[in-house]
Design a protein around this ligand. Structure first.
Ligand code: FES
Ligand code: MG
Length: 576
């Protein structure tokens, strides 16, 4: 029997039923909204946080999908109220939606806390929206279920199946190399992204929604359901049903987002060959749940988990719809149960073990068996060395193997715009062996760590057939990108990390097997350069950008704001 909370046990009771003028006013205003007393009094109030927007193609279907969530909430005896929250569109928002992840996290936290809410359904999926919503909700700690937006349908062009993002980069390089022209590009515009939904490669969106499912905060199997599949409606309704149940059982996010859950999310991300962005976001999400997750956790776990998802760009062929029909995340997790913590709870089940009972893989080429992995170990490696004392990451499974151990001379760009303007200039003398270095693109320097990390290959090398080079930056890279790109170098150059001291011509060695990144400049010379170094000027003198630049932490600690990441008391808003 599902326990049912008495009205006075609900948080929303303080608004609606406590008596006095305020409760009278809240009830009167709910009549103004058009609701009868029997429609809401004494029922759990469920906030449906919706990141729908006309500008966000990854979330454009969520306006309708919220109706399915509400259906589930009503069916379970709850009272749903939809809250529009800001949308983070990876495609349109500049300089990068990463600048606004913490803003959406703050908005989520403050909305849930300041309104009469007993539980929440969080709707998002385009890259940063998943961590933002979960970070905010974790800080409040109410019962919550995440509804992933779902991947868009596979792209098609002239008989080829296209992956959004990944094939955009590929064909843009083909155009620069003179292999295709404007007509082909115009056709491609209509073929790359052909339905609502987030990117359907194993990019940042698919990686983070899978991480949410692995954490146990979604309906089982939710993360790979294509956005326009009718199964997506059913999943949304189930999320609505589930959250009401969680409220009655008093099952808060804090009981789900445990250290074991985060370790399993890391295992999942690595075994999927997922996006490097997940490293930053999972560390930040864990921090909000009071769990200290570090780069060392990623490195340790990466050595234990093989990559089994044969999904682009880490895998060779498939896209998220294939992954879904091959068994989705439950199928994938069923192959690595020995690496998971099976006795922890999820929003729908008492244990992950129960949740995975009956999960199967239906296509061994899409979700590989353990004895035939896509790669023998996890898809992200953590690097250390004198160029990155606090770490750096590389998605080595998306790199050309010949470059995984490479020494070459640096060609340094101080900022992205200079790099864009000059990279094709033959006078720079860039060869296929050069190591391209970009700085000024970190958490403070970017600010927001724009996804500049896949630096373009110079035109003249593209025409010679060069498609990969070693690239190093304090930036991030899109989850749909590929290449030998060392990312998230910490500390960043803007705060005087060693990346700030590199000069064109310095030799750099990348050795992924040894997990090392070394600048061949001795300590005395580095000390001399440091003495001459002056910090770059502040880019935002006022406004949110200034707050961001002042408060943002480095990549290895998740790029949260200092005042949000710390623990401490927040008074109950209804105390006054
Ligand atoms: Fe939204 Fe890729 S642009 S997920
Ligand atoms: Mg992306």
């Amino acid at each position: 029997m599902v326990p049912v909370k008495r009205p006075e046990q609900l948080r929303s009771h303080q608004w609606y039923g406590a008596g006095g003028l305020r409760s009278f006013s809240h009830r009167a205003r709910t009549r103004q909204l058009g609701y009868l007393p029997e429609e809401h009094l004494g029922k759990p109030v469920i906030a449906v946080l919706n990141t729908w927007s006309d500008i966000n193609p990854c979330h454009v279907h969520l306006r309708d999908r919220a109706q399915a969530v509400k259906r589930g909430v009503w069916q379970a005896g709850g009272f749903p109220l939809e809250f529009p929250v800001s949308t983070l569109s990876e495609t349109f928002q500049k300089p990068t939606p990463m600048l606004y992840r913490n803003l959406l996290a703050m908005e989520t936290e403050e909305l849930l806390r300041s309104y009469p809410v007993d539980g929440a359904v969080l709707m998002g999926g385009c890259d940063k929206s998943t961590p933002a919503l979960l970070m905010g909700a974790a800080s409040v700690g109410l019962p919550a279920v995440f509804v992933p937006a779902g991947p868009m349908l596979p792209g098609h062009w002239r008989g080829e199946v296209l992956g959004s993002g990944t094939d955009m980069w590929k064909y843009w390089d083909d155009k620069r190399a003179g292999l295709i022209g404007d007509c082909e590009m115009t056709e491609l515009e209509s073929g790359l992204a052909r339905s609502p939904g987030h990117c359907m490669t194993m990019g940042t969106a698919s990686t983070l929604t899978a991480a949410a499912e692995a954490l146990g905060v979604t309906v089982p199997g939710a993360s790979s359901i294509p956005a326009v599949d009718s199964g997506h409606d059913r999943m949304a309704a189930k999320a609505g049903l589930t959250v009401v149940d969680l409220v009655h059982r008093d099952r808060k996010l804090s009981g789900i987002l445990t250290r074991e859950a985060f370790e399993d999310a890391v295992t999942t991300v690595l075994g999927l060959g997922g996006s490097t962005n997940a490293v930053i976001h999972l560390i930040a999400m864990a921090g909000r749940a009071g769990v200290r997750l570090t780069l060392d956790d990623f490195d340790r776990i990466a050595r234990t988990v093989p990559v089994l998802a044969n999904v682009r760009p880490g895998g060779q062929r498939y896209l998220m719809e294939d992954f879904h029909f091959a068994g989705g995340l439950p199928g994938f997790l069923s192959r690595i149960t020995d690496l998971l913590h099976l006795d922890r709870p999820t929003v729908c089940h008492g244990t992950l073990r129960e949740q995975l009972a009956g999960a199967r893989v239906h296509d061994d080429d899409v979700i590989r068996p353990r004895d035939n992995p896509v790669a023998g170990e996890g898809g992200v490696a953590v690097l250390r060395g004198n160029l990155c004392p606090d770490g750096a990451v590389i998605k080595h499974i998306a790199a050309e193997p010949r470059l995984l151990e490479h020494t070459g001379p640096a060609v340094v760009f101080d900022d992205y715009r200079t790099m864009q303007r000059t990279i094709d200039d033959p006078a720079l003398g860039i060869t296929a062996d050069s190591v391209l270095v970009l700085r000024g693109a970190g958490p403070k320097g970017g600010p927001g760590m724009p996804e500049y990390g896949m630096l373009p290959i110079p035109d003249h090398l593209l025409k010679q057939g060069v498609r990969d080079m070693v690239r190093i930056s304090d930036a991030r890279m899109s989850g749909t990108s590929y290449g030998t790109c060392v990312l998230h170098v910490a500390p960043e150059s803007h705060v005087g990390g060693p990346l700030a001291l590199v000069r064109t011509g310095d030799l750099i060695t990348l050795d992924v097997r040894a997990r090392s990144l070394r600048l061949h400049v001795d300590d005395d010379e580095l000390a001399r350069r440091r003495a001459e170094w002056t910090p770059p000027p502040v880019r935002y003198e006022r406004g949110y950008g200034a707050l961001y630049s002042e408060q943002i932490t480095q990549a290895d600690t998740g790029c949260d704001f200092g005042f949000l990441a710390r623990t401490g008391t927040v008074p109950d808003p209804y105390a006054g």
